[in-house]
Each structure stands twice: as C-alpha cells, then as structure tokens.
Ligand binder design. Structure first.
Ligand code: ATP
Length: 503
C-alpha cells in the first residue's frame, strides 16, 4: 500500500502532474503546484463536474465569489468559534498531530486486520464463503468491530463536549504512538482554529482582520438572494461554484489529499423546509452516479453516514473512495437546514427569505449541499489509473489509464521517421486536431518507446504517420488501454477521437 502510494507521488512528479510548491526552497509543507499535465487534468475534472451540475440542470446556476469575505461572515457561519481541530504535541519529537486523526488511524489499522481475516477465511471456504455471516459471527472480528465502534463513539462524544482531557486519556489508553518516532510522550490536547488570518488595509490602526475562506459555501449563502432575484429561479434551485479554500491543516502527510490551499466544488441546493430528507437522499444518489460515470470501479466507493454531526447539519454522509492508503472521504453531502441563511440574517440584519408564490408565504429555505475537493478527486482519479501491467511477452508497461474525457492530452502524433516528409504530415494533423483537442507531437526515440511514454502519460491515442500515409492518406491509430492498432483515414481521426473523449 505504502509502496503504491509512493509510486503515485513519484509518477505525478516525473510526468509533470504535481510538483511540491517552491521546491527549490525545499518546498512548503502541504502546498502543491499543478504542472503542465496536472493543470489540464484538474481543469478537465472541474469542467466534468460543472457540466454535470450546472449545464445539465436547468435549475442550477454557477457563480464565482471572492476569496476574501467580510469578516462577520465567519462569525455568522460559526467558523470563528467552532472551526477547530484538537491538537496534540509530542514532547520528544516536537511534532504536532491532530488528535482525532491519530485515533482514526488507529481504527483504520484495526479495520485492516478485519480485512485480513476476511481474506483468509474467503480463501479457506472458497465458494461457500458468506462474508456478511462471517463478519457477524467470527468472534475475533466482532471484537475488532466493537473496539472500533466504542473508540470512535467515545472520541466523537468527547469532541462534541469539548472534553479534551478525555481525548488525551483515550490516546493513552489505546497506547497510540507518534507515527513518525514511536514515542508516546504527549502533552495536552488543545483546540486550534484552522482559518488563515490576514489583514486588509495599509495602516496598522485601520487594518481590518480578514480570513482566507476555509470553504466556498459561504460565498453562495451571502449571494443567495441576489442570485435568486436576478435569475428568478424558483425553489428548489441550486447555486454551484468552484474555487480555492484555505485551511491551516495540522496533519498534512498524504500528498494532495490534505492540503493547506485546495480547491472545492460545491453546490448548495435551496429547498422548502421539511423536504430536506428527500433531497438529501436524492443528492447522495445523484452524486454517486456522477462518480460511477467515470468508471473507476464501483467497489472503490462507499457511503459513510455520519453519526456525529457538525453544528449546522441534520444529516451528513461522505462518499468515501479507496485511496492507496485506504477508504477516505472524497465528497460530503450535508443537509444544512436553514442554519447558514438564518445566521446571516441574524448577523447582517437583512432578510434572506424566499417568497413562495404557490404557498403564498415567505420562508428561509433549507439547504442540501454537495461538497467535493477537486484535488482529492484528482488524487482518486490519478491513483486509481496508475497501473503496472504484465504483457503477453512477459515485459511490463506502466499505464496511466485515465478516463479519456479527463486525460490532459488526447492524442500524440508521431512521424515514423524524421524524414521523407513524414514530420510535415504529422504537423498538419496536429494543426487540424488542435482546434478540438489537446494534442502533442513526438519524434524522439523508436515508436515503441514513444508509445510507452504516452501510456505512462495517460494519452488515450497515438497516431503514427508512415510511408503508406504518403500513398493513401491513412495513419495508424493505437488505443492506450487495449494497445490495439487500426488503420484509418486522416479525415476520420477527429470523429474517432471525439467519440471517446467528449464529455
Ligand atoms: P476532512 O475530514 O478530510 O478534513 P472535512 O470533513 O473537513 O474533510 P469538508 O469541510 O466537508 O471536509 O469539505 C468538503 C470537501 O473538501 C471534502 O470532502 C474534501 O474532498 C475537501 N477537503 C477538505 N479539506 C481539504 C484539504 N485540506 N485538502 C484537500 N481537500 C480538502
């Protein structure tokens, strides 16, 4: 698992997907830059989301609110008071960790033990193996599950009551050690606010304290009535947005999974009070379908329904994805009630109500939100696509089998040799295709090497111009996943590629 994750990180660097920020200065922790291919993949994921959420839904519109917001926004939203993580310092190593993440990691290790037991039993019993029954009856597994349940419940309860001494006691009882040094010499657990502060204004006396937004959602809430009035949308309707968010994350050791500067893709769906259960269920299913449409494998997703709810929610679930380090949250679906709009009414003194003509009454709408991290989605797609294949002749190839619609480069065009007019024809093909797709030219090394390079880069098609092209205007097109080659007319290329890569 660890090895696979290391491969993902080094592949992302080697093929120009993700670099550490400010690498020449030894980097900045939990901050990353998207390189030439990464920026394309990220943009394609964003567009794929935008198309599904905004373009395909008559009643959802998209906005682009500023990162800076009036500081009262964050008092109203609860972030100033409650956007905290419990922190614990290790006296020996001087390292700092999120206490809840340490406890969750501990439970994940037990979960891995359960998986092992299941695997062993499945092998032993073969076809007659009944997983559900095994999970319910095997005493060791049942004990493991109970341990996980009691641990997580106790942690949730103490965090809710802000009983940090109990969180610390739990860490000690479970004998959790520093993941880097193995030491167990912890100091007290403290609350730590995750928002980044900054100042607006030139002189020290007049400067206004601002925060970099920790979520994009509030930009939607404060614009709710402006958008509703100018779009004349009727409830139910949604407002979507993508954009940067900032959190001073403490545990930041999982590459782009947990960053300090990241991008969110959020949609707030405004509904009539009392209808939140239906909409919540519906958005859970709609969002899962969106994920399935990318073909990363249904077995890699699962829902995690929350028992411990944030201060604003009456129901919440995560869509978890199987990352190289296990199942983790990829997207959240939250039934946020009228919490945010009511709070903004209270703090701003402005009415944020919707007049329902059918019912002939005004109310503060309820909200169901879908919130996904773009960078996390990037990691899901990228890590799932990276494969090491053994071919029939025993050789291996590295292939980044990205969904074609998301691939940064759709086709690479090669002249078989660097002479006889083949490079010029290849260039002409590029000049035609580049109006519709991102395409590249490559003439270096033997064609086999060029194929391998494009496979590892995630390019779905390779097009080779050879001497027959001079005779009949045909080229060879090779498919990344099957490695099958066909001979096609140059004029047919555009439609052929389009069929596979169109959103
Ligand atoms: P986590 O429990 O992993 O910290 P969260 O529950 O705080 O996440 P939300 O506040 O619900 O996350 O944010 C919605 C989405 O934004 C998450 O599902 C995740 O995909 C993404 N996200 C949140 N924090 C980060 C981060 N530090 N880096 C990258 N993506 C993030």
């Amino acid at each position: 698992q660890d090895d696979q994750f290391k491969k993902v990180i080094s592949h992302a660097k080697e093929y120009g997907y993700v670099f550490q920020s400010s690498e020449i200065y030894d980097g900045l922790s939990a901050v990353y830059d998207y390189a030439q291919n990464g920026a394309e993949l990220k943009k394609n994921i964003r567009e794929y989301w935008w198309k599904a959420m905004v373009q395909m839904n008559d009643n959802i519109v998209g906005i682009d609110a500023a990162i800076f917001m009036h500081p009262t926004t964050w008092k109203a939203s609860g972030h100033v008071d409650a956007f905290n993580d419990p922190l614990i310092d290790n006296k020996d190593s001087k390292k700092r960790y999120r206490a809840d993440v340490l406890i969750e990691d501990y439970c994940a290790k037990i979960e891995a033990k359960i998986d092992k037991e299941v695997e062993k039993a499945a092998k032993r019993f073969g076809d007659s193996f009944d997983k559900a029954q095994f999970l319910a009856t095997n005493t060791r597994v049942v004990e493991y599950q109970e341990k996980i349940n009691t641990t997580l419940t106790r942690m949730a309860r103490s965090l809710e009551k802000e009983d940090l001494a109990d969180v610390k006691a739990l860490i000690e009882e479970l004998e959790i050690a520093d993941p880097l040094t193995g030491s167990r010499n912890w100091t007290d657990v403290k609350q730590f606010n995750l928002m980044f502060g900054t100042k607006l204004g030139a002189s020290a006396e007049n400067a206004m304290d601002l925060y970099l937004r920790p979520e994009t959602a509030q930009g939607i809430f404060v614009n709710f009535l402006n958008v509703q009035k100018t779009s004349r949308l009727k409830i139910p309707f949604g407002i979507a947005q993508t954009g940067k968010a900032f959190r001073n994350e403490i545990v930041a050791r999982q590459f782009i999974f947990r960053m300090r500067e990241f991008e969110q893709m959020e949609m707030q769906y405004f509904i009539k009070p009392g209808t939140q259960k239906e909409w919540y269920e519906q958005w859970k299913q709609t969002r899962l379908k969106w994920h399935m449409s990318l073909g990363l494998g249904a077995e890699n997703y699962r829902f995690h329904d929350h028992e411990k709810l944030a201060h604003y929610a009456d129901a919440a679930a995560d869509i978890e994805f199987k990352f190289p380090f296990g199942f983790k949250e990829l997207e959240g679906i939250h039934s946020r009630t009228d919490f945010d709009l009511s709070q903004h009414e209270k703090f701003s003194g402005k009415k944020l109500q919707y007049f329902d003509h059918e019912e002939n009454l005004s109310y503060v709408p309820y909200v169901v939100e879908t919130s996904i991290g773009l960078d996390r989605m990037f990691l899901a797609v990228f890590s799932n696509s990276l494969k090491e294949e053994t071919l029939e002749d025993g050789s291996t190839r590295t292939v980044l089998a990205l969904p074609s619609v998301l691939a940064p480069v759709k086709a690479a065009v090669f002249p078989l040799v660097k002479k006889d007019g083949l490079p010029e024809i290849a260039q002409q093909i590029i000049d035609e295709l580049k109006w519709d797709f991102n395409v590249v030219y490559d003439e270096k090394d033997a064609v086999g090497r060029r194929y391998r390079r494009q496979d590892a880069n995630g390019t779905p098609f390779c097009i080779t111009v050879d001497h027959d092209t001079l005779e009949d205007n045909t080229v060879t097109i090779r498919h990344r996943d099957t490695m099958l080659q066909e001979r096609v007319k140059i004029e047919a290329l555009r439609d052929l590629i389009k069929q596979e890569v169109d959103m």
